[in-house]
Design a protein around this ligand. Structure first.
Ligand code: ZN
Length: 332
């Protein structure tokens, strides 16, 4: 296995290098200054250390692959809950837990809430989410039977937690934001379906939902940072690119071919609300060989890349939460 690790590490280094942004030369004239300041400032809030900490714990052998209904996933839920609490993110329901039954088993989503700071717009919601369950213990390969689920989807959970920390610190969102971590995804999107139904019953005014799936390894040879599922269904990706003023997101033909839009936790929200609900991912079918395997380990994630991507995404969500009208819409 070792040679595979070495090759992926090399690929990561190479692709990081190619991603380094070229800054305009400082010519000290007004035009150059204007051009520099018109660029979205590079956010430096999320650190590789914090995403590494989250992924390393969630994908550790101690949690035994976080199968829904297991002791391991309960430890993951407690970890997520404590993180939200430490950031001063409020529970949306009576507690952080959203309980439901997953094929007869006790299961729970974890839901945090940052209320918008505008008296009217706070009634509109943006939901950021990722699934924290994985497939648990599988057939052993070389003595390892734990499917750790680092990329799938501890990476997405780490992203949602980092964004929760950001918005809890800045409190600059006019619209309200829910930070939602689901169980039951690997059993058929059960947690997200339960939560979407519950929020629909409460008649919340959903603006958008964004699901983060497998974003621990950079894409190779792309002129954008992450791909967007269901790209053509709404103008969300285009708007997000406009908000940050560079090509952050694009579509990936493979994602369409494999119908990824329908295969993760954004889909139940789309189905229930018929609003722009999409997934953002960097798993491009070539850059990671350990999908649903015991080798999906924390040490294979590129934490510098992850922090960089999350820092690029946050300003897009910040603008999304603050526009005076709902600019993001389903295509007719
Ligand atoms: Zn997943």
């Amino acid at each position: 296995m070792k040679h595979i690790l070495v090759i992926s590490a090399l690929l990561i280094i190479v692709s990081c290098k190619t991603k380094t942004k070229e800054l305009p030369e400082n010519t000290n004239n007004d035009l150059a200054l204007m051009e520099q300041t018109s660029e979205a400032p590079t956010l430096n809030f999320v650190t590789s250390a914090e995403v590494k900490e989250s992924v390393s714990y969630l994908a550790s052998d101690e949690l035994k692959g976080r199968a829904t209904g297991s002791e391991g996933i309960e430890k993951a839920a407690v970890y997520i809950e404590n993180k939200l609490k430490s950031y001063n993110v409020q529970p949306y329901f009576e507690t952080y837990r959203d309980h439901y039954k997953a094929k007869g088993m006790e299961a729970t989503n974890v839901v945090g809430y940052i209320e918008g700071n505008d008296p009217d717009l706070k009634n509109e919601f943006i939901i950021l989410g990722a699934h924290y369950d994985h497939i648990g213990v599988v057939k052993a390969v070389d003595g390892d039977s734990i499917a750790n689920g680092a990329n799938d989807d501890a990476s997405g959970v780490a992203a949602v937690l980092a964004m929760a920390r950001y918005f809890a610190t800045k409190k600059n969102n006019k619209r309200s934001i829910l930070f939602t971590l689901y169980s039951g995804e690997e059993m058929g999107l059960l947690g997200s379906k339960h939560l979407a139904d519950r929020l629909k019953e409460q008649n919340i005014n959903l603006y958008t939902m964004i699901n983060f799936e497998m974003m621990g390894v950079p894409m190779v040879d792309k002129d954008y940072d992450a791909y967007f599922t269901g790209f053509d269904l709404s103008n969300m990706a285009t708007k997000m690119n406009d908000y940050v003023d560079f090509k952050l997101l694009d579509q990936l033909p493979k994602a369409k071919e494999f119908k990824l839009f329908y295969r993760s936790d954004n889909y139940p929200f789309y189905k229930v609300f018929n609003k722009p609900c999409h997934a953002i991912s960097t798993f491009d079918f070539t850059n990671f060989d350990h999908y649903h395997k015991v080798g999906d380990e924390a040490e294979l994630m590129d934490y510098e890349f992850m922090a960089d991507l999350i820092n690029k995404l946050i300003p897009a969500f910040e603008t999304m939460s603050n526009t005076l009208t709902q600019e993001i819409k389903m295509h007719e």
